[in-house]
Design a protein around this ligand. Structure first.
Ligand code: SD4
Length: 328
């Protein structure tokens, strides 16, 4: 029932999207820019990569009380960062091939402000350090030792991020030392989250420990604004999961948002972004990438290369895990 209501509401808001795409065909560029994208908007709403009910519930609780989307996405992804059983993000993450857990994260607000940390060690809540970079520095990204020093100055607690479980798995991996990313190993993982608050503002966050057994120093897509995450408060937002190198090469999340700007639905935009990765890539069957997106109306979409990726949506019309459609 909840799902039906959710879908009905989603298709209701299609009317608004349709009117905006009709407008977008008119010759007057100014009229195009003024397209009423927010009629019938579903808000508040939160969407996150993978089946992360605890994270989306946390974000929803912030939104439900009238909190803003930035606080919601930060609070939501922090749940996964703190969860030692989630071995793709935060504390408990799988290490690089030298046994170090290094975190990448970014956050973006409704004004186009963003902050990111890359190759951060010893701090669980990388997303909160990223937010401090955004709010308290003149920069958008801090890396490695500098990021850790900044976190220290801001009072973040230092912790050992490598758990016994992840350490034992790494020691096992070292016996063969083959870097072969496992498709859908995450099942709930690197978390990318997008939210629209009651004011209609869109914000997003993305946080990860990166690909397991990556080379020391490797940085993926997740902290790269435009690749792992992108928000344009007039249009919508997108975020990515999976093999970051492919997302970076196609500037994936920015691409999804730009396609929505051109009138595509979130679903269609995610599909095109996956197609860009697949097209002309003989190795695409060895790669998993998944995108999720939301537009200003609260319409959502997701798409991936391999089956097995899902995303979670929470709005007043329901809280559900949606199996993403896939290229293969
Ligand atoms: C990365 N995109 O570091 C991240 C990893 C990931 O599910 O999403 N894993 O490339």
């Amino acid at each position: 029932m909840q799902r039906r209501k959710f879908l009905q509401k989603s298709s209701l808001s299609t009317a608004a999207v349709l009117s905006s795409s009709i407008l977008s065909t008119c010759k007057n560029e100014k009229a195009k820019a003024a397209a009423p994208l927010v009629a019938n908007a579903i808000k508040p709403i939160v969407i996150a990569t993978w089946n992360v009910p605890n994270a989306t519930t946390k974000a929803w609780q912030v939104l439900e009380k009238g909190g803003n989307a930035l606080d919601a996405v930060e609070a939501g992804v922090k749940v996964e960062e703190a969860d030692v059983d989630n071995q793709s993000v935060g504390k408990g993450g799988r290490p690089d091939r030298e046994g170090h857990v290094t975190l990448d994260a970014c956050i973006m607000d409704q004004h186009g402000n963003c902050g990111a940390v890359v190759y951060l060690k010893n701090i669980t809540h990388a997303v909160s350090v990223a937010r401090k970079v955004m709010e308290d520095t003149p920069h958008v990204m801090l890396a490695g030792e500098g990021a850790e020093q900044f976190a220290d100055e801001k009072g973040f607690e230092k912790e050992t991020l490598l758990t016994e479980k992840s350490r034992m798995e790494w020691l096992e991996w070292k016996k063969e030392s083959k870097y072969e990313p496992v498709i859908n190993i995450e099942n709930h993982d690197t978390i990318g989250m997008l939210a629209i608050d009651a004011q209609g503002d869109i914000c997003g966050a993305c946080t990860t420990s990166g690909m397991a057994y990556k080379m020391a120093g490797r940085v993926g897509d997740s902290p790269i604004v435009g690749s792992g995450l992108f928000i344009d408060n007039e249009i919508g937002g997108a975020t990515a999961t999976g093999q970051g190198e492919e997302v970076v090469k196609t500037v994936g999340s920015f691409l999804v948002v730009e396609l929505m700007r051109q009138g595509r639905s979130p679903q269609s935009a995610c599909e095109e972004a996956v197609n860009r990765i697949v097209k002309g890539n003989p190795n695409f069957k060895d790669i998993q990438v998944g995108y999720i997106a939301i537009n200003k109306n609260g319409q959502t979409g997701g798409y991936c290369i391999h089956p097995g990726f899902s995303y979670r949506v929470y709005s007043e019309y329901g809280h559900e895990n949606i199996e993403s459609n896939s290229y293969l």
